[in-house]
Design a protein around this ligand. Structure first.
Ligand SMILES: Cc1cc2nc3c(=O)[nH]c(=O)nc-3n(C[C@H](O)[C@H](O)[C@H](O)COP(=O)(O)O)c2cc1C
Length: 493
């Protein structure tokens, strides 16, 4: 069972998916550059044990392959992104409101620093890329806040820049849940109580970077996905419910009246950006940290963000595939056989949806529903004889089942990511979108005749495969496993 970051690190170790680095490493560029080169090569999760100026080990590259995402979701490491997304949406089908369980003994309360004793500089926050505006303490973490009008607790991952011993800034894009909530506090003339959680059960990070729906608590979603409630304690400082087994928690107050220069950061698009600035630098709210809690021997956690494909893109590919699939099913649209948001599209911009068409206009309904998903720039629709993640065959469909004039639909205005560098800086929140329908039109009474192999010959060839001196393939194994019928057998056998 995985209930905290230590369980996850131990599970990765057991599966041979973790590498420890005991050579000294600098937080200034060196750590992120080692991690990026490792990620580009599809390498293991890294645990840096000696980072200059800090006693804390640093976990990096944790989610860069689907194998470690599967370990986090307590699934077989061979499970693909699409299969993980299917399991995610299936686990949510029973509801996403598993209430957290309040506990008295929270390991994260073992070490407490308050007021003057707070020193964020002791954490190994990396400076990731040469053009970054500073060090980032929050890149694999989440921010907890509570709606002042209800009991809704929101968890969201929004980058956190180190600004001083007890000061950070946070970049929360327009329309994100924490932005909706902090404006309510600001309207009341109040600062917002917040907690920044670094290193809890890694599923928390996965879900806090998911838009689960405004008003829906990520704690409930995590509980539904894990099949057991999240263990929390009630903070006597901020009143927030916080994860008991977190490695590190920074508690304080977000002040919308105190804006400071933030960024740029080498972002998940592969470009430097900030959401609101004109020079890559934005003005963002500060958080004054009043209290730091941590476990004994805490582990610090980072993700390199930056160019695809790394943790950030894999996280988004899985959580956005799963939530898009969940949304289509919640709308009771039948026939969805696969959903895949491509990691290479930054885990954000492009999705493929595979459909078993049942009526004229079915694929169009799926396309129009899917394209409304926040941040998606394009949706490609294919028939269900093509798996959503079989990109070779998706290209085949785009070649032979797709006629641009008939099959493309442009939506003029949709919600965009403010970090999208293809949009003019003056209008970063609105973009056009495209649906590319590569399904054979359902209403055609004469469909193109596809080339297929003769089933009887195939089975007999599969049985004789070894005679031809060719290595066994998965297709041959499948044919043999499917068995044969009496009429396929050669006479006398
Ligand atoms: C590693 C990582 C970093 C992220 N950084 C930011 C960020 O700085 N600002 C932001 O608005 N969204 C960021 N996101 C995306 C949000 O986490 C995501 O939109 C999430 O749904 C926000 O939570 P909310 O839906 O509760 O607002 C990041 C995602 C990941 C995986």
């Amino acid at each position: 069972m995985i209930d905290d970051l230590r369980d996850f690190i131990a599970a990765c170790d057991r599966h041979g998916l973790l590498h420890r680095i005991d050579a000294p490493v600098d937080w200034n560029l060196e750590l992120s550059h080692i991690a990026t080169l490792n990620e580009d090569a599809g390498g293991p999760a890294l645990l840096f044990e000696r980072v200059r100026g800090s006693a804390l080990p640093v976990l990096a590259s944790a989610f860069t392959t689907s194998r470690r995402m599967a370990v986090c979701l307590e699934e077989d490491p061979d499970t693909t992104i699409c299969e993980l997304a299917r399991k995610w949406k299936t686990r949510l089908a029973g509801g996403s409101d598993v209430l957290p369980r309040v506990v008295k003994d929270a390991p994260v309360l073992s070490n407490v620093a308050v007021g003057e004793a707070v020193d964020l500089l002791k954490f190994p926050s990396p400076h990731f890329y040469p053009g970054d505006g500073g060090r980032y303490i929050g890149t694999a973490h989440y921010l907890v806040c509570r709606d002042p009008d209800s009991d809704w607790i929101n968890l969201g991952t929004y980058r956190v820049q180190l600004q001083g011993r007890n000061l950070v800034t946070v970049m929360i894009a327009r329309g994100k849940d924490a932005e909706i909530i902090y404006r309510k506090y600001a309207a009341r003339g109040q600062k917002m109580p917040v907690a920044i959680v670094i290193g809890a059960d890694p599923l928390h990070f996965l879900v806090s970077s998911t838009h689960v729906g405004t008003g829906v608590s990520e704690y409930g979603v995590i509980g539904a996905l894990r099949g057991r409630p999240v263990e929390v304690f009630e903070s006597d400082l901020t009143g927030l419910m916080l994860p008991a087994k977190a490695e590190i928690i920074l508690e304080g107050w977000l002040d919308l009246d105190d804006l400071r220069e933030e960024g740029p950061l080498g972002e998940f698009t592969g470009y430097y950006s900030s959401a609101k600035g004109t020079s890559g630098v934005g003005m963002e709210p500060t958080i004054t940290i009043e209290r730091v809690l941590h476990r004994d021997d805490p582990v610090f956690w980072i993700s390199t963000i930056g160019k695809p494909v790394n943790d950030c893109h894999m996280i988004q590919a899985i959580n956005r595939s799963a939530m898009l699939w969940h949304e289509l099913e919640t709308r009771k649209i039948p026939g969805i056989s696969g959903v895949y948001v491509l990691p290479e599209s930054c885990g954000w911009f492009w999705a493929v949806v595979s459909i078993r068409q049942m009526y004229p206009g079915h694929s169009n309904l799926v396309g129009l529903t899917a394209i409304a998903h926040y941040g998606l720039k394009g949706v490609i629709l294919v028939d269900d004889d093509i798996a959503a993640d079989d990109l070779g065959r998706v290209w085949w469909a785009l070649s032979v089942r797709f006629d641009p004039k008939r099959s493309i639909q442009i939506i003029d205005r949709g919600r965009a990511s403010a970090l999208d560098p293809s949009l003019d800086r003056s209008s970063r929140y609105i973009m056009s979108k495209v649906i590319m329908d590569a399904c054979i039109p359902f209403e055609w009474d004469v469909k193109p005749r596809e080339v297929t192999l003769d089933a009887t010959t195939l089975r007999s060839v599969a049985r004789r495969w070894s005679e031809f001196g060719l290595p066994a393939t998965s297709a041959i194994e499948r044919l043999l496993a499917a068995g044969d019928t009496a009429e396929d057998r050669p006479e006398g056998s």
